[in-house]
Each structure stands twice: as C-alpha cells, then as structure tokens.
Design a protein around this ligand. Structure first.
Ligand code: DMJ
Length: 481
C-alpha cells in the first residue's frame, strides 16, 4: 500500500460502519442564539464517532449535485443548475469540477465515483491549450486538487499532471517584482493583467511548495515564496496590506485593508506555510501580520450598553497606512477567519468571530456576500454556495468539541439544503433576502462546502488538523517528505 493511503484508514472505517444516529441529542438549552450553551451534555460517543446519519445525508446531497453535473455538464468545468447546461471558464474545459470533487469523493468513501472520475481525469485532462488562465484560481483548484488526490491515491499520473501544470504556470512569476501576473497562457507562456492583489500573489505556496517537495524541484517553492515575501515586504508602516497592487511597479493601487476577498487567503497561507513546511520566515510574517490585524481591523464592541460584558467581535476595513476605520462590513468570504484563528491557537477569538458569522447567517437564514455588522444590514445579497462559515464551524468544533458548534453546523446544513437545492443540483442565490436562485454551481461546492459539512459530522479525528493542512480550496495536503 502506498504510504499516503494510511490517512484513509480512519475515513474508510467511518464510511464503512453505520453507528446509530445521535441526532436526538440535539436541541438542548439555548442562549438566545438558537445554539445550545452547555458542553457538558455532549455524549462521548458523539465526540468520538460523529453523527453517521448526518454524514450520510451530506454524502447523499453531494451525490445529488454530482449526478446533476454528470447528466448535464460532464467533462465541462461547471454545471449551470437552472438552465441545465454547462459552463467552461476559458471556452475549453479544464475539468474544474471533477478535479475539485475528487478528493472529497475519496474522503467520503465514494469509491466507484472516485475511480471513474480519477480515470477520466488521468486519461483526458490536458493543459496543452492556447488559453489564458487565472494563475490563482487554477493553482488552488487544479494544482491543489491534483496534488491532494495524488497524496490520497498514490496515482503518479496525477502528480505528472500537477507538474505539467505547475511548469506551464511558472512564466506568470516573471514580473519585475517577482509577484505573478494574474493571467498566463498555458501554451505560449505569455502573461497579462499586472493589476493584482495579495490573495492572488500570496496564495500559491502550499501548492507550489508541495509540488517542489514531491518532484524535488526547488523552483516551484522558490517562485511562490518570493511572490509571498514580495507582497509582505510592501506592507505599510503599521503592518497592513491593501487590496490592489501592481506586480510590475510594486505600487499599491488601493489602500483598503481587510480580511475579505482579494486579501483573505494571503493571511491563511502565511500561517499554513509555516505549519506545513516549517518555514520560519512565514512564521515571522504571520506573527507580525496577525498583530496588525488584531490592532487595526478587529472591531471589538459592546452593542447594548445595558449588557457591558456582552461584547461582539468582528473584523472590518481600515486604511492600510493610517489604520483608520473605513467600513464596518464583513461577509461570507471573511468567515474563513475563525478557522485560521483556531488553527493559530487563538481559540477565544475564533469562537467569538464564529458566533458573529452565525449572527450574520441567521439574519436571513443564510449569509450574504457582504453585511454591515454595525447596522445589521445586507450590503450585497448574493450567496454563491460559499463554504467559509462551514469550514470555520468545522475547525472550531474540532478544536473545542463544544456541541454548540455541532448544532450550529446542523442549522447551517439544514438552511443550505433548504434554500439552495434544486431538482438536479444546487444553485447559488441571487439574493439571500428573496432567496431567488442564480444559474451557477461553482466547483468549490464539491471541493469545500460538502467536504467541510461532511468532516464536521464525521468523527473528529477523521482528519488531524495538526498534520493535514487544507489549501484554500479545501484540498488536504500532508507532509510526506
Ligand atoms: C474558493 O475558491 C476559495 O476558498 C477561495 O479562497 C475563496 N473563494 C472560494 C470559496 O468561496
């Protein structure tokens, strides 16, 4: 047996057994949030074994969406769930959905689907295409997905595909600063779009670094590390980054600082690159960054003067140079941060921010893309099936084993299926207020949203969060080197 397969043992054990349903343990004393407050009553068998019935429900919903994809969009990038057609990001398919879905199938024990999907990818995926692709998106979904599935299966064809892709992406890094252009042509190596952002210049090291370790070719690690360091080097005097940067001049084109889209996973990768590669530069960059985030972006306040001890924690926007608050908005993407805080061992902030994220969710029974946390108003009402709040609930539950978070996950899952399920797939929402659906089903539904729901309900030790690191698309990477 290939060594990386060892990680599957506990997964297979869980998938192959049918412990009784423990869902009747739900719904005890509330604290006005709809969430039980006591951790004392959680049955030890739930802590040990998870809830097999709920995990099976997640598997069934995964298969429901997967069947829709196979029926109407097979071999294409994404399903359009309302028109029942397909969408290819770049005119030609790069098998976004199959590659994103494969490791989730493996982890869920869906052996037949995984086998067929793996064979299809190995036999049909080609990167020899004259198309410009977005370096960041292709790295987190395809490079991350191929590397993770290689580690889970030992199938060298997946590693060969990953190396071919990584090699074709390398020209993106040939800018005067070393920060990558946003788009690169997979065949010609030509590049375009120098206006980028920290998320796109700094969310590459887990995948490129792993590729280096597995192929023993340092170039991949070096290019992605330099891009991360060059981004960090341009932080302001108070330690913050903006959300738009030109990779040719190195100049900031927006000084708006936050933990939301365009910056978010840059911070995630500082922390995880330290932990996965034991990279001490990343450790130092993470430590300095989290200090600045906590100083200037955190918004720790008391909404009701009559209850002074009842404080809320959110993270808003500030100017990267002055630290002055510029907006009190938070959103579905920001909800990844409790997971990062939990992983960094700041459990108390992780729990408080997760509670805030759940408050945002409950306003409309599902979360909006952007929300004003001071006025509790929706700023942008879309919901494209995002996973971040589920990811954070999983990390915080896994870290604390407090049943409040298990119950929170049950609420999220019930709302999610209620509002987003269609007859043959899952659909994004145009508005969380009206619940009107949109004709898109992003591949991260399979890579992330269903995976984190599954892991939340599976036995907590299914994945060891101190040895397995999820890339920002939820592809698990282990240090096998
Ligand atoms: C995913 O592609 C990744 O999680 C990324 O970091 C942010 N956006 C989506 C999911 O919302």
């Amino acid at each position: 047996m290939h060594k990386p397969l060892l990680i599957l043992l506990s997964l297979i054990l869980f998938a192959g057994t049918a412990p009784p349903s423990f869902s009747q343990a739900a719904g005890r004393g509330c604290i006005g949030t709809g969430v039980p407050s006591s951790s004392k009553t959680i049955p030890s068998y739930l802590q040990k074994h998870g809830d097999a019935k709920l995990a099976a429900q997640v598997r069934a919903e995964f298969l429901h969406a997967w069947k829709g994809y196979k029926k109407y969009a097979w071999a294409h990038d994404d399903l359009r769930p309302l028109s029942k057609t397909y969408h290819d990001w770049y005119g030609q398919s790069l098998l976004m959905t199959p590659v994103d879905a494969l490791d989730t199938m493996i982890m869920m024990g869906l052996k037949d689907e995984a086998k067929v999907t793996r064979e299809y990818i190995a036999g049909n995926l080609s990167f020899d295409k004259d198309i410009y692709v977005q370096n960041f998106e292709v790295t987190i979904r395809l490079l991350g997905g191929l590397l993770s599935s290689y580690q889970l299966t030992g199938d060298k064809r997946l590693l060969a595909l990953a190396e071919d892709l990584g090699t074709r992406l390398l020209p993106a890094f040939e800018s005067p600063t070393g920060m990558p252009y946003r788009f690169v042509n997979l065949k010609t190596g030509k590049v375009r779009d120098p206006d980028s952002n920290p998320a796109e210049t700094g969310t590459l090291l887990l995948e490129f670094g792993t590729l280096s370790k597995l192929t023993k070719k340092p170039i991949f690690y070096d290019k992605a590390k330099r891009a991360l360091v060059e981004t960090y080097k341009r932080r302001s005097n108070i330690g913050l980054v903006g959300d738009k940067i030109n990779v040719e001049t190195g100049a900031w084109e927006s000084t708006d600082s936050h933990i939301s889209g365009a910056i978010d996973s840059y911070y995630e990768y500082l922390l995880k690159s330290w932990l996965l590669f034991d990279d001490q530069d990343c450790k130092q960059m993470w430590r300095e960054s989290i200090t600045a985030i906590n100083t200037y972006l955190a918004d720790d306040f008391n909404r009701d003067p009559a209850r002074p001890s009842d404080r809320e924690l959110w993270f808003g926007h500030a100017d990267m140079n002055t630290g002055k608050r510029t907006a009190t908005t938070y959103g579905a993407l920001d909800a990844f941060f409790p997971a990062v805080l939990a992983l960094s061992k700041d459990v108390s902030h992780a729990e408080r921010l997760l509670q805030s994220s759940f408050t945002m969710w409950k306003q409309n029974g599902i979360e909006p893309e952007e929300f004003n946390y001071r006025t509790l108003e929706v700023v942008y009402p879309g919901y494209p099936l995002r996973p971040e709040i589920v990811e954070s609930t999983y990390y915080v539950y896994n870290t604390t084993l407090d049943p409040r978070y298990f119950e929170m996950g049950k609420t999220l899952f019930a709302d999610f299926t209620k509002h987003c399920k269609t007859d043959e797939g899952y659909a994004s929402l145009k508005s969380v207020v009206t619940k009107e659906k949109a004709d898109s089903m992003h591949s991260f539904l399979f890579a992330e949203t269903f995976k984190y729901f599954y892991l939340l309900f599976a036995p907590p030790d299914t994945v060891r969060l101190d040895t397995v690191f999820f890339n920002t698309e939820a592809h698990p990477i282990r240090r096998t080197w």
